[in-house]
Ligand binder design. Structure first.
Ligand code: ATP
Length: 321
């Protein structure tokens, strides 16, 4: 488990992380999304102590990363594999040799290295490329080598910094599928920093939205898309919704009930008029989900609330600021 508590970080006198807190559970695929400059990469680099920070604490499996001596820091980094947008492979070494590097650093025997590298090549699906140099590989294949290298020392966590940003959409999908497989098969926690919404949508169980060094929102990915709160709206560049007077109720359409017959049925059953202020349905994995904001006259508020509760429809009232 990674616990990030109230982190502040400055570059010179500019605050780039501002009271950032989040907990990443063991075994989950956790996304951190935000525009360029939001502080995502900096936060990731604080987790494995490539960066220092001013206030707050980061605990990785209950160990405070700030208090580690050199040996403990090596152990921490062994537990935290990392992959990057630009793959960071050594051009003069073959695929096999690139993957073998961390094992050599940790003084594994030649036989152990061979066994482990062949196993990893098989896991990431590039056994036939073992003797190639990186320049002869596609972007997706290079990222597979980087993933194999990150897995070499059996880490508990993989930190991915924009790992699919340099790849085309199909290759992105296949790399995300590979990460999901690794998470399923090996139970490795995966932390994904990205500015690509599709990455979050495809594989992240939970997501933190960051902007200007702050966390705007953290929730299950499905809930984030279901509620379409201000955090997500800021990310996709949508204005906050201006609400009219009266009672404004957001009705949620989780994947199980993504059709709108409830609205027409409620109008009929209660014999009331309401206006639709804003609606949004979107494809989420294999389903559709979203929400609809309606405005009802003040004297119908209780009827609508009770009706939605009786029908077991999720709703929330939006209060004007
Ligand atoms: N070494 C550095 N020295 C000074 N400022 C830095 C340094 N690294 C990052 N910054 C600044 O810190 C802020 C956060 O940068 P960071 O790279 O963490 O953002 P990001 O969300 O990962 O964006 P990107 O995807 O563009 O990398 C930015 O304003 C950036 O200019």
């Amino acid at each position: 488990m990674i616990e990030i508590k109230n982190i502040d970080k400055y570059y010179q006198d500019i605050k780039v992380l501002d009271d950032v807190s989040m907990t990443i559970k063991s075994g989950e695929i956790f996304g951190i999304i935000g525009h360029s400059g939001a502080g995502k990469s900096t936060l990731l680099r604080c987790i494995n102590r490539l960066e220092d920070y001013k206030n707050g604490e980061i605990l990785v499996n209950n160990k405070n990363v700030k208090n580690l001596n050199e040996k403990e820091l090596r152990e921490l980094r062994k537990d935290l594999g990392m992959i990057f947008q630009q793959f960071s492979l050594l051009e003069r070494k073959t695929v096999f040799e690139n993957i073998a590097l961390p094992l050599e650093c940790f003084k594994y025997s030649k036989d152990e290295i061979k066994r482990r590298v062949l196993e990893l090549l098989d896991l990431v699906g590039i056994s036939n490329k073992r003797n190639e140099k990186p320049r002869n590989l596609s972007g997706g294949q290079k990222q597979r080598v980087a993933i194999a290298r990150a897995l070499a020392l059996n880490p508990k966590v993989i930190l991915c910094d924009e790992a699919t940003s340099a790849l085309d959409p199909n290759t992105t999908k296949s790399i995300l599928n590979l990460l999901q497989d690794i998470n399923n098969k090996l139970g490795i926690t995966i932390v994904i920093v990205t500015h690509q919404m599709e990455v979050i949508k495809q594989i992240c169980t939970r997501v933190a939205i960051m902007e200007g060094g702050k966390v705007l929102e953290i929730d299950d990915t499905e809930e984030v898309f279901l509620h379409n709160r201000n955090g997500l709206r800021a990310l996709v560049g949508e204005e906050n919704i201006v609400l009219p007077k009266g009672i404004n109720i957001k009705i949620l359409f989780p994947k199980e009930i993504s059709n709108d017959t409830i609205i027409t049925k409620m109008a009929r059953d209660l014999d009331i008029n309401f206006s639709i202020i804003f609606g949004r349905l979107e494809k989420f994995r294999k389903n559709i989900l979203g929400s609809l904001i309606i405005n009802v006259p003040a004297n119908n508020g209780d009827d609508v609330r009770q009706y939605l509760d009786k029908e077991k429809i999720r709703w929330e009232e939006i209060i004007n600021d």
